[in-house]
Design a protein around this ligand. Structure first.
Ligand code: F6R
Length: 263
């Protein structure tokens, strides 16, 4: 796992947007896996800037979102579909037919989940998956205990996630208790993964998933099993890492390192 530590949230966001932009320029029909939440807001803002000011072209890009609350209409202001349109899609030249977000109000969630998996496969699989991390170490809505082999499915949210996400709703009771989520196995199938995290409240869980043992109790630790996973943190989120000096050395000597390891 490559660990990149930046001085601030803004720098973390710029770095992750640059990584995404680089991949889009290399492959115009990139299949991008997307996350919602507070963390990627700066990244999406920077991608919008790159599109508006530097012509970053999304016209052939396909996107698959990680998750969606069950029971919410796609137009509901708290749906992840609405979040994506407000914060990214409506500001860039993406083709709406290339945008996939799990459908929270489907009549048959199980059938929808199989369809979603098949759709990802039909496009050739996700080239680059963007992830955030929950306070309990979840990626997407893969709560502690989720199998590393899990695929897109319905998941019951844990109490901490319901509490964490209640900030977006009028009351905690309004937070849906279930979500459709890509599985850990679906995420690990992505060709490249980038996880971003910021803030003091993510420091402990970041140290655990990067430097601790691989465990389904912290599903982000599954990234240790991936060959091309990059983690971009701000200074606060990196504050409990033990091997910071090494990660920074690799960063400062990146060209030499890349020449040697060809990455
Ligand atoms: C959302 C998602 C979640 C979030 C995580 C962190 O699509 O996949 O796993 O990434 O809950 O959320 P924030 O960024 O709001 O701290």
């Amino acid at each position: 796992m490559e660990v990149i530590i930046k001085s601030s949230y803004e720098e973390m966001s710029k770095t992750s947007a640059q990584i995404i932009a680089r991949e889009i320029k290399k492959k115009h029909d990139l299949v991008l896996g997307l996350a919602t939440g507070d963390t990627p807001l700066g990244t999406y803002k920077e991608l919008v800037r790159l599109h508006k000011e530097e012509g970053l072209d999304f016209s052939k890009v396909k996107t698959f979102n990680l998750d969606e609350y069950i029971g919410l209409d796609p137009l509901d202001k708290n749906s992840y579909n609405h979040f994506m349109w407000e914060n990214l899609f409506k500001h860039v030249n993406i083709n709406s037919e290339n945008v996939y977000v799990p459908q929270g109000n489907t009549d048959d969630p199980e059938e929808f989940c199989s369809w979603y998996e098949k759709k990802i496969e039909e496009t050739g699989g996700i080239d680059l998956q963007i992830l955030g991390i929950g306070g309990d170490g979840h990626i997407a809505f893969n709560e502690p205990g989720s199998s590393f082999a899990s695929r897109t499915r319905v998941k019951a949210l844990v109490k901490q996630t319901i509490e964490d996400n209640s900030r977006f709703f009028d009351t905690e009771e309004d937070v849906p208790r279930f979500a459709i989520t890509m599985g850990v196995g679906s995420i690990l199938d992505a060709k490249k993964i980038i996880l971003i995290a910021n803030g003091k409240n993510k420091a402990a869980v970041c140290a655990e998933f990067i430097e601790g043992p691989i465990t389904s109790q912290i599903t982000a630790s599954a990234l240790q099993l991936h060959t091309l996973a990059t983690v971009v943190l701000d200074d606060e989120a990196s504050s409990k890492l033990k091997r910071k000096e090494y990660y920074n050395w690799v960063r400062d000597n990146k060209q030499t390192v890349q020449k040697r390891i060809g990455r």
